[in-house]
Design a protein around this ligand. Sequence first.
Ligand SMILES: [Zn+2]
Length: 504
Amino acid sequence: MSGAGPRIALLGFSIECNRFAPTAARADFRVWLEGEAILADARSRAPGALGEMPGFVRAMDKAGAWQPRPVLLTMAEPNGPVEHPLFAEMMAIWRQGLEALRGQVDGIYCVLHGAGLTTELDDPEGALQALVREVLGQGVPLVCSYDLHANVSDGMVRDCDAFVGYRTNPHLDMRERGAESAGLLRRLMAGERFHRAFRRLPIVAPTVSQLTSEGPYAEVINLGQAQANALGPKKIANVSVMGGFAYGDTPFNGFAIIVTGPDKPACEALADELAKAAWERRARFVAKLTSLRESVERALTSEVPLCFADVADNPGGGGRGNTMYILEAFHKAGVQDAIFGIIHDPALAAEAHALGGGAKFTARFNRDAAKGFSKPFTAEARVEALSDGKVTGRRGIFANTAIELGPTAALRIGGIVVVVVSRRTQCADPAFLEHLGLDIGAAKVVVVKSRGHFRGGFDEFFSAQRIVEVDVPGLTSPVLDRFEWKKLPRPVLPLDPETRWTPR
Ligand SMILES: [Zn+2]
């Protein structure tokens, strides 16, 4: 190491890919940072990147001198598989950047999601990690962090020195995991060596069964943390319990446990204990949804305000953010005092902007996007509010993150105010609605297109008891037997009740 501290390569690739959704192109990558831009973003007040890189950079800055060697960081809202030529373009940039650093770095930090796909690859993260090893060799410590929805391949575990997964869902610990990665990389650079124990179970847990405030997933995560604390950092450096992302539909889908640490027998034993604990809870990894008919009834008659989640059209899982099932049913039933957030419809938002505030017109949803689950819907509307869609998240997964919703409009349709945006985004932050002057606390009914991250943003208004997960069709429906799986390992729970697994 030179006198100015360790030289650390920084790179990353983050997208969650739904095999059943349309492909992701360059315009879908809202974060594309090369070189110094990664650092400028990470050190800014409201970074565009999610929290891992800012958390890592700030922890490194705080711990003393270091020499960042930033390469390329790309991030996109969940979508379909990435168009392969685009991924190849990224790989070329990473390769060139890493080759320029050969023999000149002391450590590497790589921000990954873990549930990426390309139109040709099931495991782009594994490909990127293999590239890092190929160019920089086995001797330079590599720490990788992942979303807990990662579908963990053997290559992902092999080609790193420390595997760090989120522990919260909704994801509220991205900065902490970035900072933790910095600490682990410092230990590795100081000469420690870590083993990684890996177990994968034949359980593809529906997304709605993977909350970490309570329930089976929380119990396994908490057990892992308790045991890691009891054993101490000299034995266990990190415990990652990965719920996975069913809609990736890869041969390596499955509930995964990765225990990283200096003490191999302790890591292996803890991985076994956690795998057994997860398997014992297998019957509880199921979705419990409310039918649309019952949801309408509750929206009309509830004495207390309720939040209805369209978990099947979650842009945060590749949903298009524009299905009409709930809006149409609530409108037809005459639901009052409702806010509906948020619908992705650039043509409608543009029309509302052209007409101006107060205008009355016939809103035609999905005029350009009628495809699959996204059906047209028409209703008489009034333009209540308009914005440029530039929002800084205030709570939950997008807190302190700069988000661009694009031209945005609030449209009144009967008793419902619908927020229409031009960039497909999960409704996870109250600011997406509030910046238009909407009062969430005064609404009797709030509908969000989100699977679970809204819980971290809207918890100020709705306790878990006041949340209704609605069962409608969609690309992210937690009812897994509605999909035509091609690559999932079978048998697997909950699809195949006869699935067996025995501890080692
Ligand atoms: Zn996730």
